[in-house]
Ligand binder design. Sequence first.
Ligand code: GLU
Length: 290
Amino acid sequence: MASDAIGDKRPYKGRFAPSPSGPLHDGSLLAAMASFLDAKAHGGQWLLRIEDIDTPRVVPGADRTIMGQLQALGMQWDGEPVWQSRRLKLYQRAFDTLDAQSLVYGCACTRQELAIGAYPGTCRNGLPEGRQARAWRFKVPPGIEHFDDRWQGPQQQDVATEVGDFIIKRADGLWAYQLVVVVDDGDQGITDIVRGTDLLDSTARQQILARCLHIPYPRVLHVPLLLDDAGRKLSKQNHATALNLTQPLSTLNKAWQALGFEPLTDTSVPSFWQTAQSHWAARFKLPSST
Ligand code: GLU
């Protein structure tokens, strides 16, 4: 089913949703910058959501470090930040809504038992004799999912065959990113998701979940990823170094150029943002917004 998000008439609300598994680095700054600029260019709000749901990966204090980095670079969020770890009841409610539609089932398969690629639906019709559920999967309806990405253009994915039924909760109680992100974006009234292309592939899954939860799915814009010298995504896992905050303008200009723009000659952080915002608006402002 096609998304109707492009015609979303709600006031613009964007968000930056870092996982506090370490400080921001040059790669994650791109998503922060692009989501901030898109919100500002539309006169909208920019919310901060700390995605600390994947508790084993959470580094204590990284949330505060990230907030300090954003502020040092002149990116002030609107309202109070939210932490996913304090919103577990919302996720359970969404799970129950899906379960009531018979869209959830327990799965006993271990990672070792599954080949790379789409989940083959092994436990769809019940757990094998004597096995216990290790996770709960969402039963993906058949059909091709379409959406328009404001940077990447029209996209489509046959989630049922390319991904298969995917995990929304693990038996140890950990909620899966795919579910919580949809619940949070819905609960916070997010109209626009701006993030890195590593999550482009998750969008169709999230759009389906949103539909089953009766949540309007936001417009999406996926920005290119910053790659390291070996062509890999720059990430905390491959030890990207933390942002240089002693020279904020040069740090900002580096991210700005990585987004494909010419470097700016502004001499203060506020003026950098003003100029960047007008360039961003010229390229990405939605026709319907004022
Ligand atoms: N927490 C995710 C990350 O840091 C981003 C989620 C999103 O923007 O949807 O990669």
